[in-house]
Structures are given as C-alpha cells and as structure tokens.
Design a protein around this ligand. Structure first.
Ligand code: PLP
Length: 390
C-alpha cells in the first residue's frame, strides 16, 4: 500500500515501537507476566484520568463497548437518565441507553457549541420527586463536531445532585488535564486508538468507589460487559475473558511514549496542532464548525462552502495525495471535513497535509491563494517555538 498520512480522529497513526510491541510472542493471559502488565497499565492510567480512588479497568472492546459496559452496569430498564449530547457520539450514548430500556430525556445543544452548564443545572433542578434523574450522560470531547465541553464547569453544574454520571472521554482523555476525583464524575470511558495512540481494541473504564454499590443494586441482567466481573478479575491480575493480548502489549508501549513525552507536552502538542489547523482554515476562507471557546484539541471540524463537496475533497486527498481525513457524520455528511490531531504525527506531517488540502480544495473549485493556509499554520508553529520570531 502506498504511504498514507492518517489524519482521521481514530484510529490514529501508531509509532513504530508501539507497532513492534504488538508483535511480541503470546503469553498466558492468566500467568504472572500478564498479571504484572495489567496491574501496571491500570496504575499508569490513573493520573491520566486524574484519579487515585477510582478502579481502572481494561476491557477487550472498542470505545463503544466501554460505553455500553458503563451504561448497562450502572443503569437498568426504566431508569430515568438525562443525556447531554453535543453531536453524533452523544446521540450514540443515548441510543445505547434507550436500547437498554432506560427513559432518556435530552438537554438540547446546538451542534458546534458546548453544553451550557446552566441549562444542565436547570433541568436537574426542575426534576424533583419521581422525576429525579438516576443518571446523566455526558461527552467530554465530541468528535463529530470538533467540539469540547468544559468539564470543570459541567462538574460545577452537577454539584449537589447525586445522579450517577457517565462520561464519554474516548477522544478527549489524555489531551488535556482531566480531574475525575476533583470533578466527581462516576464512570469515565476512553479507548486505546485515540490520544493514547495505540491500535484499536481496548476500552479503558475508570469507576469511582460509590458506583459499586449501585451496580450491585441494579437488577438488570448482564454478562460479558459486567464491570463487576472486570473488577473481580482485575484483583487477580486478569480480565474475565481472553483479552487482545497483542494490543495490551502495544498499549503498554504507547503509555511509555506518553510518559516519556510528558502529559503537559502532549497537551501542548494537541493544542498547537489544532490551533494551526484552525488558522489554516481561517486563512483559506473556511469556517471552523466549533464555536469560539469550545474548540476541540483533538479534531478540527471545518465547514466547506456551498458547492464544494467534502466527500469529493477527501477522496482526492486520499487517492492523489495519500492524506486521509475524516468527513461529516450523520446529518453533517458531505458538509464537513474533520482533521484529527491525535497520534504519532509531526509538525511537518501537519504542514504537508494542509498543503495537500489546499491543492485538493483548488481542484474542487474553492478559490484560494496557494500557500496562505500553510503559512498561517507555520506561523502558529514558529510562534510556539520562538515567541519573538513572527
Ligand atoms: C471514537 C469515539 C468513540 C468510540 O468509537 P469506537 O469506534 O467504538 O472505538 C466514542 N465516542 C467518541 C467521542 C469517539 O470519538
């Protein structure tokens, strides 16, 4: 296959040492080596979640499996939940809960905007007596719209309400500081193939102490994704079912890379790449879909002008330039392109991809002055290196 630069928001480009780690010989998943590996992974993920108290569980599943495990372990049919979707992935979380028989009410947010904490607070305050919500479903970073919620502000809005919170941070966790304990979230879900830059195959789920009692009280039947089973086996250094051992090796190597780079540098890298891509879009006369103050660090969604077909631009980029980017999902199909910042990507990769994007846009009829987008991105990178230079 010809060389490709992968700029989709997951799965992301995986570094060579991580890929190499996945090729190690198989081991006994109930033996001492796996036990040590699993215990370390769980320990090393705690600072990423911002927790010392939560149990961190590793499941053989994509991110959606982790979300289903969270919803079905904590809630049962008939439970009243308040969902706060800000895009397609938030709607998927609602679909999981409704499929499970939960009664889900929705705080509506205009796509491209972050959840308004006051709107959430008002809904919680208004639901009294039998109307009270058992749970709240939240998205940290909405990949379909390139929009991020302010989770500290959301946490403040939830204060004083005892509803159980489930947070989809599949495309957010690791790219900025997350403080699960301080903010008081109950279950936080992420996955291996996003910020942490390992291959897909693992969901990582952090569960706060107060949730275990709730899970025991939840009469709904469940089996494979019962988080209590995952907890009981984790205590033995195992997973209940055969895990994707190769991906666990890769995830371990990916955490090595994360720790070597340092969390703050990882945060800065995502922030800078996202800012450079937004600067490029602005310079090319394109509209960034997310609103000011709500921009995602891990994916930039860009609205294309009328008459320029996003899917056609993506096809040209892939086929002619070897650059793979995301498109619009759900009702945004064809309207957006989405460029991820996650994974083993250099500034040079970003500049190359943006240059290729300029050419593809020109070919599809968007008038632009060649090089202006790349220049805007380059200025962001130079300014970050040498404050006096630009
Ligand atoms: C990627 C992603 C998921 C999970 O997707 P899977 O394909 O199941 O791994 C869930 N939520 C968000 C916000 C995502 O970006």
């Amino acid at each position: 296959m010809p060389k490709q630069l992968l700029f989709i928001p997951g799965p992301v480009t995986v570094a060579e040492p991580v890929l190499a780690a996945t090729g190690q010989p198989m081991i006994d998943h109930r033996g001492p080596e796996f036990k040590a590996l699993l215990a370390q992974l769980s320990q090393r993920m705690k600072p990423v979640f911002g927790t010392t108290r939560a149990e961190v569980l590793v499941l053989g599943a994509s991110g959606t499996g982790g979300l289903e495990a969270a919803v079905t372990s904590v809630f049962g049919p008939g439970d009243r939940l308040l969902a706060c979707p800000i895009g397609v992935f938030g709607e998927r979380l609602i679909a999981i809960a409704r499929t499970w028989g939960c009664a889900v009410d929705v705080v509506e947010t205009t796509w491209g905007h972050a959840l308004g904490p006051a709107a959430l607070r008002a809904r919680l305050d208004a639901a009294t007596g039998d109307e009270r919500y058992t749970g709240v479903l939240l998205t940290h970073n909405e990949t379909s719209t390139g929009t991020q919620n302010d989770m500290a502000a959301v946490a403040a809005a939830l204060r004083g309400h005892d509803a159980y919170t489930i947070v989809d941070s599949v495309s957010g966790l690791g790219a900025s500081e997350f403080r699960m304990d301080e903010w008081g979230f109950d279950v936080v879900v992420t996955a291996s193939q996003k910020v942490l830059a390992a291959p897909p195959g693992l969901a990582i789920v952090a569960v706060a102490p107060r949730v275990w009692e709730r899970m025991d009280a939840n009469p709904a039947p469940r089996f494979y994704f019962d988080l209590r089973k995952a907890r009981d086996f984790a205590a033995l250094g195992q997973t209940p079912w055969t895990p994707p051992v190769s991906i666990v090796f890769g995830f371990d190597a990916a955490l090595d890379a994360y720790e070597r780079e340092g969390a703050q540098s990882v945060y800065d890298r995502h922030e800078r790449y996202a800012r450079a891509i937004r600067a490029c879009a602005a310079a090319l006369g394109l509209e960034v879909y997310s609103s000011e103050g709500a921009h995602s660090l891990t994916v930039v969604a860009i609205r294309l002008p009328n008459g320029v077909d996003g899917d056609a631009v993506r096809r040209t980029l892939r086929e002619q330039r070897g650059v793979v980017i995301g498109g619009g999902q759900g009702r945004l199909k064809g309207e957006l392109i989405r460029i991820g910042t996650m994974g083993d990507l250099t500034q040079t990769d970003v500049l190359g991809a943006l240059g290729a994007l300029e050419i593809a846009l020109l070919e599809h009829g968007h008038q632009l002055s060649v090089g202006t987008g790349v220049q805007a991105a380059l200025k962001v990178f130079l300014a970050a290196e040498e404050p006096a230079a630009v």
